[in-house]
Design a protein around this ligand. Structure first.
Ligand code: JFZ
Length: 473
């Protein structure tokens, strides 16, 4: 009898516990249907192209330290400088040339539809006036002003969306210390007694970002430490969506990312995958959102020595490649400590914008290619760790994007007088060139899945001439 009561109690308690846990994991997030999720993601999915901004104290040394010239936002970790010493850079952070409207003009002129800026990187320095920590731009720098809200407001004035990056790992916060002392700051280990308080501090700061900047994206990072779990990520995700139901949150809020490939191993947390410095070989099908983030040179934060810029051609091809696979492109700039975006970046982005001015119809709000077949191949690389890895070698011939009734064939290589492609089951009704203001019809012959289109001798655009195939009946 006694035993029965105990087991009944135990069952009752267990179900209560389960009910609580489920309710906690589900509210308010699982209430969303796939259609509601697609609606929440709509602006982001259609935007395709955004500006990433890495800006923090690391802009002060500008990549240089004691003869080294290869540094950027990982400065603190790579140099092993003490927390106190690093914090002194704040006294030199005075971005008097910062003009958020100018940054927004640069993004808009590039054809970018949203901006995501580092509110706080691994260094732990907050770029706004936060109650969470006094290690922030208002308390510690001669500039003494928030830089995020003015950028959010400038973005909205120009019709751009605004998002913020936030690192879970914090190299400055006393809750954390280097996991391998003497071996840099990354990864941190967490003082278990301080973890709860640290999470509460994060929530305070993130709530400020939501209330003050109305951030539409939270782009987490620095989630790979062993003390950060998927359960922590789910709790944080639910908390944030509870504050801002339309918020879009990346998968780095959890801890199940497959390295730089960026998609989740198993069941992940968050709304979109985050491939870093690479473009997946294929898309992931409907309902799987992803965004490739990439540097415009070789560093995220400002490095005065880095002149290894991607050309407009490379950027446009990447944007097209990503669009043809249903992803977004978040392209980074690293502003100086004075508050300016490096001139070469502005020039390159301007060229990309010129192409998008003419050809944006074939990028924004498009769906992926309707055609089968790969544009590249896998190459094996034997790794020192013994694991066989492989990387994707793209073939820059052409790509396709689509809209209802239209297929856009992006021609990177000019095929000569006739383009022959396998269009599968697509029935072509008309062919024109997007960059031709007259939209003169091109001659074409379709024989089953083989399409031959008669092209002019030369491309209308040396980087990407877009052929529009009308497929509507
Ligand atoms: C992270 C940051 O560390 C970096 O500074 C930058 O902000 C970038 C966008 O995101 O970079 C990473 C993240 C993960 C790995 C390497 C770099 N990784 O899994 O090896």
């Amino acid at each position: 009898m006694k035993k029965n009561v105990a087991s009944i109690c135990c069952v009752a308690f267990t179900s209560l516990l389960l009910a609580c846990l489920c309710a906690r994991a589900q509210a308010p997030v699982a209430a969303e249907t796939p259609a509601q999720r697609d609606a929440r993601m709509a602006w982001w999915r259609e935007a395709r192209f955004g500006m990433f901004v890495h800006w923090g104290l690391y802009a002060v040394p500008a990549g240089e330290w004691k003869g080294r010239t290869d540094l950027a936002e990982w400065f603190m970790d790579a140099t092993g400088i003490s927390r106190e010493e690093y914090a002194k850079f704040a006294a030199q952070f005075n971005p008097v040339k910062y003009d958020p409207d100018e940054w927004v003009r640069i993004a808009k002129n590039a054809g970018m539809k949203y901006i995501v800026i580092t509110a706080k990187h691994h260094e732990g320095f907050a770029m706004w006036d936060t109650k969470g920590t006094d290690y922030n731009i208002v308390q510690r720098t001669p500039y003494a002003k928030d830089v995020l809200k003015p950028l959010a407001e400038a973005a909205r004035r120009a019709g751009l969306h605004f998002g913020t990056y936030y690192s879970i790992m914090d190299w400055h916060d006393p809750s954390q210390s280097p996991a391998q002392p003497g071996k840099h700051y990354n990864p941190t280990k967490m003082d278990p007694a301080r973890k709860r308080a640290y999470i509460e501090e994060m929530k305070t700061e993130l709530a400020e970002l939501i209330h003050e900047t109305h951030t539409e994206v939270l782009w987490f990072d620095g989630e790979w430490m062993d003390w950060w779990t998927n359960a922590d990520g789910r709790e944080l995700y639910a908390y944030l969506r509870g504050l801002a139901p339309n918020l879009i949150i990346n998968n780095r809020v959890g801890n199940s990312r497959n390295g730089l490939m960026g998609m989740d191993k198993g069941e992940g947390v968050g709304d979109f995958g985050t491939p870093e410095q690479n473009i997946p070989a294929q898309g992931f099908g409907p309902g799987v959102y992803w965004e490739t983030c990439m540097t415009l040179n070789d560093h995220w934060g400002y490095n005065q020595h880095d002149n290894h810029w991607k050309s407009p051609e490379v950027v446009i091809r990447n944007l097209v490649d990503i669009s043809s696979k249903g992803g977004n492109y978040l392209l980074n700039v690293g502003p100086t400590a004075e508050g300016t975006i490096p001139a070469p970046a502005v020039t390159i982005l301007g060229e990309v914008g010129k192409w998008l001015n003419v050809n944006g119809e074939a990028i924004y709000a498009t769906a992926p290619t309707p055609f089968a077949g790969d544009h590249g191949h896998w190459e094996a690389d034997a790794k020192a760790d013994g694991k066989d890895k492989r990387h994707w070698i793209p073939r820059w011939d052409w790509r396709a994007t689509s809209k209802p009734g239209k297929v856009y064939v992006h021609l990177f290589e000019w095929p000569g007088k006739t383009l022959r492609i396998d269009v599968g089951a697509v029935k072509v009704k008309a062919a024109t060139l997007l960059a031709d203001p007259k939209h003169a019809p091109l001659k074409f012959v379709q024989d089953g899945k083989t399409l031959d289109v008669q092209l002019p001798d030369k491309p209308l655009d040396p980087i990407d001439t877009v052929l529009v195939l009308d497929t509507a009946k």
